[in-house]
Design a protein around this ligand. Structure first.
Ligand SMILES: [Cu+2]
Length: 160
């Protein structure tokens, strides 16, 4: 689905006017059930995003799960991506007695998220502009003086 510029403006205006109290009105895009997309940060000892090509559509609510099962902390950083989305929240959950418990929710504009080994974070957002960015990277510098991005931890994000 490709949004016209006018539609995008209308969507941004609508999201900006959304009341602070969460509602579940029919037209509330941020109130939809999210489409879940998982990205692995690090693959074993390899510094990589898996997958490293992500595709989203404007006007849909996504829950991007950033899962780090590697031995090193990793960043998910893309300034371009952050400019094309409306962030509903970022949340951190933990499993207690077999049930997911939310530890914290962060609201407002988010540009990058660092996830520590063995943990994950969820970025809930609605894309509001179409485009392609190639600035997804992890900027952490290893003991060899090179960043994870230098080792290939980079990626591409397309919003249609
Ligand atoms: Cu990294």
């Amino acid at each position: 689905m490709r949004f016209s510029f006018a539609n995008t403006l209308a969507l941004v205006a609508m999201l900006a006017m959304a009341p602070a109290v969460e509602t579940r009105a029919a037209g509330n895009l941020a109130g939809q059930e999210p489409i879940v997309v998982t990205v692995e940060l690090g693959k074993g000892s390899e510094h990589a995003f898996v997958p490293n090509k992500l595709r989203f559509e404007t006007g849909k609510l996504y829950k991007l799960v950033l899962s780090n099962q590697s031995q090193a902390p990793h960043y998910f950083t893309s300034h371009g991506f952050s400019q094309m989305i409306y962030t509903r929240k970022v949340q951190v959950t933990q499993t207690r007695d077999g049930k997911p418990v939310t530890l914290a929710e962060f609201k407002g504009a988010i540009r990058e998220i660092e996830v520590y080994p063995g943990h994950s974070a969820e970025w809930w957002f609605v894309p509001v502009a179409a485009g392609r960015v190639t600035d997804l990277r992890c900027g952490i510098t290893g003991s060899d003086g090179k960043s994870h991005a230098d080792h290939g931890m980079t990626g591409e994000i397309v919003i249609e």
